[in-house]
Design a protein around this ligand. Structure first.
Ligand SMILES: [Zn+2]
Length: 213
C-alpha cells in the first residue's frame, strides 16, 4: 500500500513536471524580406483534427521586426500533432515535434520562420507622400496653365510684368469707353451732372462691376 502511494505521488509529481511549454518562434516576412509587423498569428486546425483542437484559437502577434513567439502548453501525447498557423489569410503547417525542437529547462523551442506569398501593403506613410506629391504636381500644373493662359493676351502679359492695365468702364449715358478713375469727371464735365450725383452714380456702377481679378 505504501508503495502504491509512492507510485501515485511520483506519477502526480511527474505530470506536474511534464506540463512543459512548446514554443514556436521565428520571424514573419514578406517575399521581399521585409518584416510583417504587428500581425496576428493564429492556430487553426484541419477539420476533424481533434487532437489539434486544444491548441485551436491560440494566437500571438508579431513585433516591429516581424519576430513572434507562440507558447503552447505541451504534454507528452502532443508530439506529432499537426497545427495550422494562419497569418493574413495564408496558412502554414507545423507538426509538433520535440525531436526537431531545442530544449531548455524542460521547455521546447521550435524555430519556424514564415514567409508570406503576398506582397507588403503600401505603407500609410508612403501613400501620404505619393498623395502629397500628386497634390503639389496638380497645383503646379494648374498655376502653370493659368499663367500660360494669361500670357497669351497682351493685357495678361502686362499684368504678369507687374504693369496693371488702366481699368476702363462704359459710361451708362453715352455708352462711351471711359477710364474708371475719370468716370466721375466725365459725368460732370461731359453730361453736366452735379458732383454729388456723379459720385453716387459712379459708385453705384462700380459696385455692380466685379473687379476683373
Ligand atoms: Zn458719357
Amino acid at each position: 500500500m505504501r508503495i502504491f502511494n509512492a507510485v501515485i505521488i511520483i506519477v502526480l509529481a511527474s505530470s506536474v513536471v511534464a506540463a512543459d511549454a512548446y514554443t514556436i518562434y521565428g520571424t514573419l516576412k514578406y517575399p521581399n524580406n521585409t518584416a510583417v509587423q504587428y500581425e496576428e498569428i493564429l492556430i487553426e486546425c484541419e477539420p476533424h483534427a481533434y487532437d489539434c483542437a486544444k491548441f485551436s484559437g491560440e494566437s500571438t502577434m508579431s513585433d516591429f521586426g516581424g519576430g513572434y513567439r507562440l507558447e503552447l502548453a505541451y504534454d507528452e501525447g502532443d508530439d506529432g500533432i499537426e497545427l495550422i498557423l494562419s497569418v493574413k489569410g495564408e496558412t502554414f503547417k507545423h507538426k509538433i515535434s520535440i525531436d526537431n525542437a531545442s530544449q531548455s529547462e524542460g521547455d521546447y523551442y521550435s524555430n519556424l520562420n514564415l514567409t508570406l506569398n503576398q506582397d507588403p501593403p503600401v505603407s500609410p506613410l508612403s501613400a501620404g507622400f505619393v498623395c502629397g506629391t500628386l497634390f503639389f504636381i496638380l497645383v503646379f500644373a494648374n498655376v502653370a496653365v493659368r499663367t500660360g493662359r494669361r500670357l497669351m493676351t497682351p493685357e495678361g502679359r502686362q499684368r504678369f510684368q507687374g504693369r496693371s492695365p488702366m481699368p476702363v468702364t462704359t459710361c451708362k449715358i453715352c455708352n462711351g469707353t471711359v477710364r474708371r478713375h475719370l468716370l466721375v469727371r466725365h459725368l460732370i464735365v461731359d453730361h453736366g451732372i452735379p458732383p454729388e450725383d456723379a459720385g453716387a452714380l459712379a459708385g453705384l456702377q462700380f459696385s455692380d462691376e466685379r473687379p476683373d481679378d
